[in-house]
Design a protein around this ligand. Structure first.
Ligand SMILES: Nc1ncnc2c1ncn2[C@@H]1O[C@H](COP(=O)(O)OP(=O)(O)OP(=O)(O)O)[C@@H](O)[C@H]1O
Length: 340
């Protein structure tokens, strides 16, 4: 346990003593809905006395444990001091139906909405976002935390031109080394090691009603007890690599990070990791190892090197977010039209 994770626990114990019950309309004027998540909704509001704009995050009490609410609030308040992390504003309270805390508002939506399908974002914006999000992740990692949910939907825009972004949604954040149930869904943002753990765990073993935070599991029936895996910062490196790919191309390099996915297999073969990586996955495919992975053909050697580092199949050899800085400034995309 790092000093930061011990402090986070202590802050949760302290906050629980002072969490007031409030009627939001007595103190805040709600302006509009900013977004909805699986645990509740986020409203743009103004503090009635001070006029301060804020994002009020409402967590449904019936599906959110007090502990997971307090962790997300205190993490955002005390540790998200990097300019590209959404900070809390020191206001937390409960209502009969919700736990609520206030965050700095980001008023221009999220990155998912501005990545044009099959086109992506302008390269200078991609490098700007990559730089900011790698800084935000390095900050969290230096404190011993792992975000575990880096994706365009969780990157909020602070201007209309995508020049200043903030990583948000700290509901999945955990201390490095914590044992947590493996993911229950498949996505390119999931690491190969997470997919292996998930696939190995498709047998119904019993009945788990809550996850390690005390929340009801999102997106599954709650009937499957999932394999425990150790939280590692390399998870965020992988997701950052997929994010950079998505911003450059407006698409994803593969649909699932599993060796029976043709696009992912082609990537493994091209990258010369086929021996160890395919062996790890129990594949006996050996043909055509060195054919260039077509989904990477649009990148310069600089971008290819960055993506191969962040998307290294073995977690212990994967690049770190703070290495992204070395790749900034040079060109990342060859002429798109020539390469598609
Ligand atoms: N600080 C903020 N400023 C502006 N909008 C925000 C802010 N925080 C969240 N939102 C909006 O609310 C939506 C839901 O928020 P968030 O992702 O934190 O909720 P969640 O329940 O954790 O979501 P998920 O379903 O990913 O678990 C976001 O997609 C975003 O549109």
């Amino acid at each position: 346990m790092t000093t930061a994770t011990r402090l986070l626990d202590e802050l949760c114990h302290l906050t629980v003593q002072s969490l007031e019950s409030l009627e939001p309309s007595d103190h805040f004027q709600v302006i509009k809905l900013l977004g909805e998540g699986s645990y509740g909704k986020v409203m743009l509001a103004v503090h009635k006395k001070r006029g301060t704009p804020m994002a009020l995050k409402f967590f449904l009490r019936e599906s959110t444990s007090l502990l997971s609410f307090l962790r997300e609030y205190n993490l955002s308040l005390a540790f998200c001091t990097h300019p590209s992390l959404t900070s809390a504003l020191g206001i937390a309270f409960s209502t009969p139906s919700h736990y609520v805390f206030a965050q700095q508002p980001c008023l221009y939506g999220d990155l998912y909405d501005v990545i044009v399908p099959e086109v992506g974002l302008e390269e200078s914006h991609v490098q700007g976002v990559a730089s900011q999000i790698s800084g935000a992740l390095s900050h969290l990692h230096s404190l011993g935390f792992v975000h575990r949910d880096v994706k365009p939907e969780n990157i909020f825009l602070c201007d209309s031109d995508c020049r200043w972004v903030k990583l948000g949604d700290f509901g999945m954040v955990k201390a490095a080394g914590t044992r947590v149930p493996c993911v229950w869904y498949s996505s390119p943002y999931c690491t190969p090691e997470a997919e292996i753990a998930r696939k190995g765990e498709e047998i119904d073993l019993g009945n788990s009603e809550v996850d390690d935070n005390g929340n009801k599991p999102k997106g599954d029936s709650g009937k499957t007890q999932r394999m425990l895996v150790s939280v590692d910062p390399s998870t965020d490196s992988w997701a950052l690599g997929i994010l950079i790919y998505a911003m450059l191309m407006g698409s994803l390099p593969w649909s699932e990070t599993v060796s029976d996915n043709t696009a992912y297999k082609r990537y493994l073969q091209w990258s010369n990791w086929e021996g160890s990586a395919l062996q790890e996955r129990g594949s006996d495919q050996t043909e055509d190892f060195h054919q260039v992975a077509t989904q990477f053909a649009a990148f310069t050697p600089l971008a290819t090197c960055l993506l191969k580092s962040l998307l290294y199949p073995q977690p212990r050899l994967r690049g770190r977010p703070d290495e992204v800085g070395r790749y900034l400034g040079g060109t990342w995309l060859l002429d798109k039209d020539v390469n598609r």
